[in-house]
Design a protein around this ligand. Structure first.
Ligand code: AMP
Ligand code: GLY
Length: 428
């Protein structure tokens, strides 16, 4: 059978590679794909865009199933349109995707269903927002309501910083309509983890745990990015914390969505803040897999991903089991010159290592220019490897990274530092 993956990032390359491994799959198309999906075994790029164009493509090519990678098409209702056209697609509907697309929707939802999250208020008026900040004090967090590609959150150390963020979002409309409402919330201390599950509307299948690194530079400094690296499992998420997160956050969320009339089918990603006592609160929900978390997670997945997705679409995820490689996986993102503000395109990439069973390069912002591979976006690729420990996986990744060259290449040299500290302390 033939499948379609929608998107062009590292997450989509990993999805397409994993789906192409399924013995029942003849070909995986990726629309629009990247330089890595163009050359991946069993995978082919489809230069098709827009929901209408993709629906026509699926009909013409007799695509068995479509998997959507990024949030934007989900928030725009791609799943609803495919279902209306009688096509099989895995992802939340437009209504369910509001869990990510509107922070105000997500916060109201969490409060209504008793999920632990930071205390918050929403505002459309700058003066009222500032008065609230004056009452609460700093540190405090200001978030644009809508999708802002991970850039709409300001963790303000002072009231002045918070007020400046309010002015930028509500006054200057720096994020356009996405910032016409702001959510202001309590600052939570702790360590973050990514908790990603598959949902079939009723049942939940948790994927392996992971952690990513959002800041550009070593030591978690510099601007926020889409993510500079990730690893799985996350030693922070002990079996006890895992059970609590399922009981206190994930299951109530899935039940709550059904109760509210928006049964959730798709990948669901809870960004968690876990405090020193092991209490987890939800920072955000994403209605998709994480990027770069998917790359290490999918490298560890031993089960047939197509089978898991088919269970999710049939409402039988309770009968599915995911098998994971016992090894750790770690991925390091190589980013283009100028990322995250103004990434440069067109730099020639050389020295890519051949794929190996324990090390793969998942492409994101790359493109084939004739026979040459060139940069084509901010996050260029994610070098991902398996190892018996996080340290060994990390050594393997950096050996591969050393071979890769392009002008202006940026990457962090400390991916996994938190997990390594925890493994050394023996808490995993
Ligand atoms: P979000 O897009 O809501 O996950 O926010 C992006 C990043 O901002 C998170 O990954 C955290 O690092 C940080 N952040 C968001 N909300 C809070 C909060 N309430 N307290 C502390 N840090 C936060
Ligand atoms: N790595 C963070 C995200 O996918 O949202």
């Amino acid at each position: 059978m033939k499948l379609l993956v929608v998107g062009s990032g590292g997450r989509e390359h990993a999805l397409a590679w994993k789906l192409a491994e399924s013995p029942r799959v003849q070909k995986v198309f990726v629309a629009p794909g990247n330089g890595g999906t163009a050359t991946e075994t069993g995978v082919e790029n489809a230069p098709v865009s827009g929901t209408r164009g993709l629906i026509d493509f699926c009909k013409r090519e007799h695509i068995h199933l479509t998997v959507v990678g990024p949030e934007a098409p989900l928030a725009e209702g791609m799943v609803d349109a495919f279902r209306d056209a009688g096509l099989k697609i895995f992802g939340p509907t437009r209504a369910a995707a509001q869990l990510e697309a509107s922070k105000d929707f997500a916060k109201r939802f969490m409060v209504r269903h008793g999920l632990p999250t930071a205390r918050h208020r929403s505002f459309e008026d700058a003066a009222a927002a500032k008065a609230y900040v004056a009452g609460e004090g700093a540190p405090i967090v200001v978030k644009a309501d809508g999708l802002a590609a991970g850039k709409g959150v300001v963790v303000a150390a002072t009231r002045e910083e918070a007020n400046a963020a309010i002015d930028a979002m509500l006054g200057e409309r720096r994020f356009g309509a996405a910032g016409s409402r702001v959510v202001i919330e309590e600052f939570l201390a702790g360590e973050e983890a990514s908790f990603i599950v598959m949902c079939d509307g009723t049942h939940v299948l948790p994927l392996a745990t992971s952690q990513d690194h959002k800041r550009l530079r070593d030591g978690d400094e510099g601007p926020n990015t889409g993510g500079m690296g990730a690893y799985s499992p996350a030693p922070l998420v002990t079996p006890e914390i895992h059970a609590r997160v399922m009981r206190e956050i994930i299951l109530p969320a899935v039940q709550g969505m059904t109760q509210d009339g928006h049964p959730y089918v798709g990948f669901l990603y809870a960004g968690l803040m876990i405090d020193a006592e092991g209490n987890a609160k939800t920072l955000e929900f994403n209605c998709r897999l994480g990027d770069p978390e998917s790359q290490p997670i999918l490298l560890r997945l031993k089960s047939d991903l197509l089978e898991l997705i088919e269970h999710a679409l049939a409402g039988t995820l309770d009968q599915a089991e995911a098998q994971w490689d016992r090894r750790c996986a770690l991925g390091v993102v190589l980013a283009a010159a100028g990322y995250p503000d103004e990434p440069r395109k067109g730099d020639r990439i050389e020295g890519l290592p051949a794929p190996a069973p324990d090390c793969r390069v998942f492409h994101a912002g790359t493109r084939l220019d004739g026979d040459a591979l060139v940069t084509n976006g901010g996050r260029v690729m994610c070098v991902t490897a398996l190892g018996d420990s996080l340290r060994i996986a990390r050594t393997r990744v950096y050996e591969a990274v050393e071979q890769i060259r392009f002008d202006g290449m940026q990457f962090r040299r400390d991916i996994g530092h938190r997990g390594l500290k925890k493994s050394r302390a023996g808490s995993s």
